[in-house]
Design a protein around this ligand. Structure first.
Ligand SMILES: Cc1cc2nc3c(=O)[nH]c(=O)nc-3n(C[C@H](O)[C@H](O)[C@H](O)COP(=O)(O)OP(=O)(O)OC[C@H]3O[C@@H](n4cnc5c(N)ncnc54)[C@H](O)[C@@H]3O)c2cc1C
Length: 535
């Protein structure tokens, strides 16, 4: 377990949170973008946190693995979405769980679930707590007598590596860095890098169907899992480890995206890859965003499968501190453990040039010789800072959040138009202005995954209502124009009403029936995916 202290309100470690000069610089940057001045607000202290006393306490048999200490309850109250950070910044921990358990074995989990089922206490599986959709929030309706947060951090080992099939059996509480560190000496990687990699866990990725950093091919955890082990209140759900199977509906597919409502995922066999040796990268600028969209579609349908194909509009690039002389920039990359990538990159640049893209600096081709850690180091530099900055923005009085979707290529233009038509006026009405930036995080042969960031000057004391208005406008626009309510952030509690509109009703009935079968007392994460009273 890490010695470093995690912030009780913001993203990440307290020692990595931007210092005062860093926040001043951010205030200047965001001030220039939003056309007004922002000043530093005082940072909250844990002493000012308000939380109710626990309604129930762990029984003696569970006491050695449990804690009802205020600090532990505070740290397990929220995920890390905008509304979580705002509530924690305000010191509002009114929905804190009654206690937190840290199981060390599957037997501990079985004992905990049996106790909670008998006593009518809700159990919320907790991986890294990086949910941005209220997935770990103890907002569980009126029925449960109490709420336990079940933190998986003690179960973080790579248990077995099977090199012939390039697979590993890994415990669900392993975070990205912890599991990669254990795979590195074997020259292997899971190669799953969500932006929350530093804290999110294998179990959380499976439970939310996480999407990794790579733009194409094996980037979703769905494709990297070959079997799952889950402890449900009704018994152990363990699938067989197979490369593929046509034996009826897949038990893994039901565990994937189950968001803690069926049971606790304890381990999984995952498919590994050799660490990449060859890399190629290039930046391509387009006069208009639409030109970049066209290039991405042709690239996604070309069979080249770039590892990165991240199209940023001008505002999105500016948010990352990059000025683009045009309407969009495409960050293009390939990587392989097996073969040099010059030909793939050259063909990709022909495609982007046909769509009007220019790559003045040309591609960069690299070959790593046994420097397995480099992928992670590069990833760290470019990716780890961003979440810290989002929390820092809250402390400057900036409303900043993201939302994401996926749609087919034929619907993208209409969806993008509808999102702008809905969000910009909502920002104007609520905050007197703001900006909306967009990018593609993933591209598929049949459509992109657009990802939007909105920012505006928050109205102090009204942050949550304003956020809800903008989020609702964006979500409705997305659903009305053929997108999904989430491409990789999951449903949780925040997307629940929109998920209801997206899913077929017979499927919802089947899922509710599956939950009743494995969780007859209805204790597993009530309120995620379904209304708490929906059973
Ligand atoms: C800054 C930031 C960047 C992010 N970037 C990405 C990204 O690039 N891609 C992406 O997909 N998501 C991203 N997310 C969202 C989030 O990180 C993912 O949903 C992630 O998969 C959650 O993992 P976790 O371990 O933190 O799970 P938690 O947040 O702890 O839990 C999420 C849900 O899974 C359930 N759960 C957790 N562990 C288990 C288990 N062992 N068994 C059963 N249920 C469990 C919980 O009950 C909850 O419903 C980001 C979030 C933040 C804050």
């Amino acid at each position: 377990m890490s010695e470093r202290e995690r912030s009780f309100w913001a993203w990440g470690y307290t020692d990595a949170f931007p210092d005062e000069p860093g926040r001043q610089a951010l205030a200047v940057q965001v001030g220039a973008l939003l056309g007004r001045e922002f000043s530093l607000r005082p940072l909250p202290t844990v002493e000012s946190a308000r939380l109710p006393p626990p309604r129930v306490l762990p029984p003696t048999s569970l006491a050695p693995i449990s804690s009802a200490a205020p600090k532990d309850r505070i740290l397990h109250t929220y995920g890390k979405g905008y509304r979580d950070i705002v509530r924690a910044y305000r010191g509002d921990f009114s929905v804190a769980p009654d206690w937190v358990s840290f199981p060390r074995s599957e037997e501990d989990i079985e004992r905990l679930l049996a106790h909670c089922a008998a006593e009518g206490i809700a159990v919320i599986p907790y991986g890294g707590g990086t949910s941005v959709v209220g997935g770990v929030e103890a907002n569980v309706g009126d029925r449960p007598r109490g709420v336990v947060s079940l933190d998986m951090r003690m179960l973080d080992r790579v248990l077995e590596i099977e090199p012939v099939s390039r697979s590993a059996r890994i415990q669900a509480g392993a975070t990205g860095p912890v599991l990669e560190e254990q795979l590195a000496p074997h020259g292997l990687t899971l190669r799953h890098f969500p932006q929350s990699f530093e804290f999110s866990t294998l179990g959380g990725w499976i439970a939310t169907r996480a999407g990794g950093h790579f733009a194409t091919l094996y980037t979703h955890i769905d494709d990297l899992v070959s079997s799952v082990r889950m402890i449900t209140p009704a018994g152990t759900w363990a699938s067989r480890r197979l490369p593929a199977s046509g034996a009826g509906p897949s038990p893994d597919r039901l565990a994937l995206g189950s968001e803690g409502i069926l049971g606790v995922i304890t381990e999984a066999w995952v498919r590994l890859q050799a660490r990449p040796r060859y890399r190629a990268s290039a930046s391509v600028t387009f006069p208009h965003f639409a030109d970049g969209v066209k290039a991405c579609r042709v690239l996604a349908q070309s069979g080249l499968y770039p590892s990165n194909c991240r199209l940023l509009d001008r505002t999105d690039a500016l948010l990352g501190g990059v000025f683009v002389d045009g309407g969009a920039v495409l960050l293009l990359a390939f990587e392989s453990a097996d073969h040099p990538l010059g030909p793939s990159m050259n063909r990709a640049l022909e495609i982007t040039a046909e769509a009007g893209g220019v790559c003045p600096e040309g591609p960069v081709l690299r070959e790593d010789r046994g420097e397995g850690a480099r992928a992670q180091a590069t990833y760290k530099q470019s990716f780890f800072r961003a979440p810290y900055l989002q929390s820092a923005l809250v402390s400057l009085g900036v409303l900043a959040d993201t939302f994401e979707t996926a749609c087919t290529w034929d619907k993208f233009e209409e969806l993008d138009f509808a999102v702008h038509e809905a969000v910009l006026p909502a920002l104007q009405r609520a905050l007197g202005g703001g900006v909306l930036a967009r990018r593609f995080t993933h591209v598929y042969p049949d459509g992109p995954a657009p990802y939007y960031t909105f920012l505006g000057p928050a109205r102090e004391g009204h942050e949550l209502e304003t956020w809800a208005t903008i989020k609702d406008a964006a979500s409705r626009a997305i659903l009305a124009s053929g997108g999904t309510i989430t491409h990789h952030h999951a449903v949780g509690r925040v997307h629940r009403p929109y998920f209801r509109d997206e899913r077929p009703e017979p499927f919802a009935a089947a899922l509710r029936a599956a939950k009743r079968a494995v969780d007859p007392a209805g204790i597993m994460n009530p309120g995620a995916l379904f209304e708490p009273e929906e059973r």
